[in-house]
Design a protein around this ligand. Structure first.
Ligand code: TXA
Ligand code: MG
Length: 351
């Protein structure tokens, strides 16, 4: 299949027209949002939705998020929106936020994976909303990566995974947030964060008065447990490299521990790499580092690109400095700790 790639900075009209036509006629489009790139299709067309699962190699029991372009459309998909849910949605939609609500019968079972709920998101990126508007459809879209790979934050990532497999890719440059949306169950009395993202639990508490975070976010699922969000049970975000997350009393304690593990790996002939902040780079001497930036926002923004880059460089082991699991740090830790199989090395014990 020939893939047409449009740069939204220079070919906005042509790209939008082609993409909207493709969606409304049952085809697939890769499009940018402020979180990550999505691979979308008409949510009400089961054959088109099936094609998303096929192209990604995604397990059919993992539901898709449905994207809307007007707040009022949530009520066309959800059959129950509590006053609490309404307040939270008003605060964070449009934005990097997905509301899980009881769904109406019109939402196909292949989208919800047979659940009684549906994830609804109104993207903050204006071009994503424009695509939804012009197509005249709700767009079901997971992240535009092959199943098991880090989500795409740059157009090159989606070209690597989907060139020749989808008719249209819209290039919107680098995704601003860089991690997928916060998935939040709003069906109960208290919002429950199933997947942390750009909208933090602290922000949700401010809007709703209270918030809970699913334990699986940092601890993974116990053997045999049922996932509140099916995506939790898959080993996502897994680069080829082994990922070792290290925490400790101080940056220096972490660095001492990382350096000794790094040197052991290198002595075994392993290609090792340290993900760290700009500030901590000097603590690692001449060792191979990849700077994730100056703060948590930059770490979130660069993390998936760094993971993909590490694979391209044939890295065997990635060491990652743990961050405080608060604010955006919770989302960053959730992604990296999943890549590490929920194991953390504590510097005091190891160093
Ligand atoms: O930022 C994002 O959310 C991106 C962009 C493209 O919108 N999309 C995305 O989709 O990350 P995906 O499919 O890669 O991740 C959706 C997550 C999965 O973990 C899935 O299990 C969960 O949301 N999910 C979807 N519908 C759900 C539901 N009804 N109940 C619980 N979890 C749900
Ligand atoms: Mg995904």
């Amino acid at each position: 299949m020939e893939t047409k790639i449009f740069d939204l900075a220079t070919e906005y009209e042509a790209g939008m027209q082609e993409a909207a036509r493709e969606i409304s006629s049952g085809g697939l489009v890769v499009f940018p949002t402020e979180t990550v790139y999505g691979i979308g299709a008409d949510a009400m067309n089961p054959a088109a939705v099936a094609e998303i699962f096929a192209v990604k190699g995604r397990p059919s029991d993992n539901p898709l998020i449905v994207h809307i372009c007007e707040p009022g459309q949530a009520g066309e998909l959800a059959r129950e929106i509590s006053p609490m849910a309404r307040r939270v949605m008003e605060a964070f939609m449009p934005g990097p936020f997905t509301a899980v609500l009881k769904c109406r019968d019109c939402v196909p079972a292949c989208v919800t994976a047979g659940l009684d709920s549906v994830g609804i998101r109104m993207p903050g990126a204006a071009h994503a909303r424009e695509l939804i508007r012009r197509s005249g459809k709700f767009i079901a879209a997971p992240s535009a990566n092959l199943s098991g790979k880090p989500s795409p934050t740059r157009v090159q990532h989606v070209i690597d995974d989907f060139a020749g497999k989808v008719p249209v890719i819209l290039n919107g440059g680098e995704a601003a947030v860089g991690l997928e949306s916060t998935v939040c169950d709003l069906t109960g009395d208290i919002p429950l964060v199933l997947r942390p993202g750009g909208v933090t639990p602290e922000m949700i508490r401010d809007a709703a008065g209270d918030v809970r975070v699913a334990r699986a976010v940092l601890e993974g699922l116990p053997e045999g447990a049922k996932a509140a969000s099916p995506g939790m049970k898959y080993k996502h975000y897994a680069p080829r490299a082994r990922v070792v997350v290290v925490d400790g009393e101080s940056a220096k304690a972490i660095a001492i521990c990382v350096n000794s593990m790094y040197d052991r790996e290198v002595n075994k002939g392993k290609n090792s790499l340290i993900f760290c902040t700009d500030e901590h780079r000097p603590l690692y001497g001449g060792r191979r580092t990849y700077s994730l930036g100056r703060d948590l926002g930059e770490e979130a923004h660069r993390l998936f690109d760094a993971l993909r880059q590490a694979d391209k460089d044939r890295t065997d082991t990635i060491f990652f400095e743990a961050v405080e699991p608060r604010g955006m740090g919770l989302a960053v830790m959730n992604r990296i700790i999943r890549a590490a199989g929920f194991q953390i090395v504590h510097a005091a014990e190891e160093g």
